[in-house]
Design a protein around this ligand. Structure first.
Ligand code: GAP
Length: 456
């Protein structure tokens, strides 16, 4: 029987939730999805390295996003801006002054925490109280999250720059370049995927809060009109929710949450999060923000460059408003993994969408010591690899049951086995990961079979 992860967390069973996360972290390490960053040197808190399977999964998530947001639309183009930017960008965007979290320090042990993370604060207090120690906190102070770096070649004359705290500004500073080099008309969007960096006070929950992470963002420029901008705001909210569901996250594990006015980021007129029901509670996966004219107006002010748009149809000139859909690639990947993870009686299985699965299929010869079987299986392996459908795995170790177990654990949706009958009638068995049912198809139809399944 499949264990339902989220029913457990609904019961609030802390231990079981922790156990589930431990199992997922262990699976990620064991099978090469995610490793702790710089592990052989004792690690660097809040950094993670993606292994062979993790890189594939991450790539597939980004590709699915890019396809949906850019390639399948006519009104969105892509950009890939620099991580390092002129520091004035961050003054204009408000990050040097307002990109802060409230920090408190425990006066007993000098550990630092975010003052707004009540659960963590309470757990820390309990730790001291259990040891009969008193707990006293410093007053909360604003802690800026921008990560600094030094550039320049002359010691003593190096200048301080920031590793971008959000990928957003690379789009807005290029607004005019994009307009002048394309034939886009408002409304239109600019999409980007890339790394962002934040000096998080309490990185944690595996990759959920890291200091280096990837974002996938759409900045959608609209007319400065309340009603029209809200129409696009609602459109993108729904589109983004649908994207997660279409890629397999269970509906009941996703919800919207509106930001209260005192919670809004400095640039936002309105904000809703798409949240995921994780073993550590409902957590933000993506933010849909109404940024108004904040970014372009501020860049116009600070750079002295004109950031307006001329609408040829109406003859009006204006600074567009921006609707933003800002998702985290690492968070999406973590939530896809958690949602797909199931323990059944005889196996652990990752029921990932075939579109995201690192390997699309595996090919086995039934017995590794039979050259005819190995030859036929390797022919099929080459055909499937050449078909350009994604990564195909080869396995001839151990018995067939172990090979299925191994592929289930990494989410491979289909396993093709060449057996003795294959040598007689040019057929192959295909096993479906989710149902474990097998069917026999013609070897010559294996590519179209797999293609059709992957397109579903
Ligand atoms: N441009 C808007 C912006 O950056 P945000 O809500 O601060 O908005 C957007 O971040 C998304 O980036 C989040 O929903 C989350 O998925 C991801 N993200 C933010 N901070 C993160 C962190 N420390 N570690 C991993 N992902 C993070």
């Amino acid at each position: 029987m499949a264990k339902e992860l989220n029913k457990k967390s609904e019961k609030g069973n802390q231990l079981e939730s922790e156990e589930i996360m431990e199992k997922i972290v262990a699976l990620c390490k064991r099978r090469g999805f995610i490793f702790p960053g710089s592990e052989i040197y004792g690690g660097l808190k809040g950094t993670w390295d993606y292994g062979p399977l993790g890189s594939e999964l991450k790539f597939n998530i980004k590709q699915a996003w890019w396809k949906a947001i850019v390639q399948k639309r006519q009104d969105v183009v892509g950009i890939s801006a620099s991580i390092l930017m002129n520091p004035k960008v961050w003054e204009a965007s408000g990050h040097t002054t307002s990109f802060t979290d409230p920090l408190v320090e425990c006066k007993t042990c000098h550990q630092r925490f975010r003052a707004d993370q009540e659960e963590i604060i309470q757990a820390h207090e309990k730790k001291h109280l259990d040891l009969k120690e008193k707990v006293e906190w410093t007053q909360p102070r604003k802690f800026n999250l921008l990560v600094e770096a030094k550039v320049g070649v002359v010691e003593g004359e190096k200048s301080t720059v920031y590793l971008r705290g959000e990928i957003t500004q690379g789009v807005h500073v290029n607004f005019k370049n994009i307009l002048n080099s394309s034939r886009l008309k408002i409304p239109f969007g600019v999409a980007q995927i890339g790394k962002a960096f934040r000096n998080e006070i309490t990185p944690g929950n595996f990759t959920y809060r890291s200091i280096e992470f990837e974002q996938m963002e759409l900045q959608y420029y609209v007319k400065p009109d309340e009603q029209e901008s809200m129409k696009y705001y609602e459109f993108w909210k729904e589109e983004r929710m649908k994207w997660y569901q279409d890629l397999g996250i269970k509906k009941e594990n996703l919800r919207f949450r509106q930001h209260a006015s005192d919670e809004l980021a400095h640039y936002a007129k309105a904000a809703w999060d798409i949240e995921y029901r994780s073993p550590f509670g409902w957590k933000e996966c993506e933010g849909i923000h109404h940024r108004g004219d904040w970014d372009l107006r501020r860049h116009q002010e600070f750079s002295g460059q004109d950031m307006s748009y001329f609408d040829q149809e109406t003859g009006q000139r204006f600074i567009p408003w921006v609707i933003e859909a800002s998702g985290g690639v690492d968070r999406a990947m973590l939530f896809f993994l958690i949602d797909a993870y199931q323990e059944e009686e005889e196996r652990i299985v990752l029921k990932l969408s075939p579109k995201l699965a690192p390997y699309k299929a595996a090919v086995f010869p039934l017995l590794a010591n039979k050259p005819d079987l190995v030859k036929k299986a390797s022919e099929l392996f080459s055909i499937l690899k050449e078909a350009d459908l994604g990564m195909i795995a080869w396995d001839e170790r151990g018995n067939i049951g172990k090979r299925y177990y191994s592929q289930d654990e990494i989410g491979t949706p289909y396993c093709f086995t060449i057996d003795f009958q294959s040598l007689e009638d040019e057929t192959v068995t295909v096993r479906d990961r989710d149902t474990t049912k097998q069917e026999r198809i013609k070897i010559s139809e294996a590519t179209s079979y797999l293609k059709e399944k992957l397109l579903k």
